[in-house]
Write a protein that binds this ligand. Structure first.
Ligand SMILES: [Zn+2]
Ligand SMILES: [Zn+2]
Ligand SMILES: [Zn+2]
Length: 473
């Protein structure tokens, strides 16, 4: 539900916007909403529950091996193998829908609860097997299915589907062609359940009745749903929040709990001040951010950070001829990461990083990206000491690039803290967890499962430090 503090207004130069009517303190929850429609991303569809969006067997080396078996008994279903030590394996612990063979659930409860929503989708999925439609096609179809089922009303929105931008008129021909393909895929996919959008769904606004404008609206207005580690797990539609405009240094952040979206203030906000979020990764060069915003969202950003080219010099610090080598290597490394070729990725990163070390400070953007990839790869390979070295190197850099509390910064601290804890650097771990907590109580709130998890880790550190000092006497 919409909090009474929010109102829609016309933002000068930006069109629709969202602002507050009251004074907001940082950390305050401004909005919390379940999606009008959502679906799990194809690339993680085997690992994430399609109902509650949890991922039972993912995570970092959360705890010591000896402490780790607790959550395993909660997951039912196929392939419950024996686990040794720290959990990283991606084995299947989810129940699979026996008909479409695509939908997965963390347990029988989720499977049952999902059925009313999944029923029509299941038939459509079966009709196209072995092909699986793209995320935006499945999301558009889910929207149609939810409008077909009378139980759901979406009348309370500040911003209706009808009003959503499709940007079709300003779109490049190439992009329009891409959307046309998606639209015909959508028609094919819906054949079984809703062959004629206009006739069958009276509640569908007129401007959404042709598949092309529907898919255009969905792709322009959907939000990426991410898990606690900020990995993409799905896409969803949250109509009122489509009113939020972008800023490269926003005053709000969005965080998810399952598929439920929560909007929180990360700075104090005055009445009538516009609320903003960042549509993209903020840690990148002005030119790159602007290009991405133009390509994906069809506008040119004129925010303060763009105008002042904030932190630009710091991002490009160091010997240019040297960091160019890192920059040029990144696309290939991204490819290795996408293929989960962790061994080759780590070898390449550590080789490149060792050749440039003196000439390029850690603050350099390309060096930072590479260090982060090395961290990811070492975690996947279980090289904990190496991971910790890379992780610790990034922390002072993150602090400089994230002046406001930001989930990316909080999660990075938490990852490093877990490594320190695992490697029994307990004092360091506690210190890192405390820093993470200062950020996450604002970005995630005190009640978010990730914050609760963090508080538990801090408690564990306290206990272990206590045990240590008592056994040394
Ligand atoms: Zn579930
Ligand atoms: Zn199914
Ligand atoms: Zn900007």
């Amino acid at each position: 539900m919409m909090a009474p503090k929010l109102e829609r207004f016309v933002s000068p130069g930006k069109g629709n916007g969202l602002r507050t009517t009251a004074r907001i303190k940082r950390g305050e929850l401004l909005f919390s909403e379940e999606p009008l429609a959502c679906c799990v991303s194809s690339k993680v569809s085997r690992a994430v529950c399609h109902r509650c969006f949890t991922r039972p067997s993912a995570g970092l080396p959360c705890t010591r091996p000896s402490l780790h078996t607790t959550s395993d008994s909660e997951t039912e279903g196929e392939g419950g193998q024996e686990k040794k030590g720290v959990v990283w394996e991606k084995h299947e612990t989810l129940l699979r829908c026996s008909q479409c063979k695509m939908a997965r659930y963390c347990g029988i409860n989720c499977q049952k609860q999902a059925w009313p929503d999944h029923k029509r989708e299941c038939k459509c999925l079966q009709s196209l097997l072995p092909r699986i439609p793209t995320d935006s096609v499945r999301l558009a179809a889910r929207l149609i299915f939810s409008l077909l089922s009378p139980s759901k009303g979406s009348s309370e929105e500040l911003y209706t589907l009808e009003e959503h931008e499709s940007h079709l008129s300003s779109m490049s021909e190439q992009k329009k062609q891409g959307l046309l393909q998606l639209a015909s895929m959508l028609e094919l996919y819906l054949q079984q359940e809703a062959p004629n959008l206009a006739q069958e769904i009276p509640s569908l606004p007129p401007s959404c009745r042709d598949p092309l404008s529907l898919i255009a609206k969905v792709t322009c207005n959907c939000f990426t749903i991410s898990d606690g580690e900020l990995q993409e797990i799905g896409v969803g539609l949250y109509p009122s929040l489509s009113l939020l405009n972008h800023d490269c240094r926003p005053n709000c952040v969005m965080v998810f709990e399952g598929a439920k979206l929560q909007l929180r203030a990360i700075r104090d906000i005055n009445p009538e001040e516009e609320l903003s979020i960042s549509y993209i990764e903020t840690l990148s060069l002005t030119e790159d951010r602007q290009r991405q915003l133009e390509d994906q969202y069809h506008f040119t950003c004129h925010c303060q950070r763009c105008d002042s080219k904030d932190k630009e010099e710091l991002m490009l610090i160091g010997e240019e001829a040297t960091w160019q080598k890192l920059k040029e290597a990144l696309p290939r490394l991204e490819g290795l990461k996408a293929e989960s070729d962790w061994k080759t990725l780590l070898d390449s990163c550590s080789h490149l990083l060792s050749t440039v070390c003196g000439d390029v400070p850690d603050e350099n953007l390309y060096k930072l990206r590479m260090t982060d990839m090395a961290l990811d790869a070492s975690i996947h390979l279980g090289h904990w000491e190496e991971a910790l070295t890379y992780g610790e190197r990034t922390l002072s850099v993150y602090r400089q690039y994230y002046p406001d509390p930001h989930p990316v910064h909080g999660v990075q601290l938490m990852r490093v803290g877990k490594l320190q804890h695992y490697l029994e650097h307990i004092e360091d771990a506690l210190d890192t967890f405390k820093q993470a907590y200062q950020i996450m109580k604002i970005t995630h709130g005190e009640d978010h499962p990730l914050t609760t998890d963090l508080l538990m880790k801090m408690e564990e550190c306290h206990c272990e430090m206590g045990q240590r000092s008592s056994s040394s006497h």
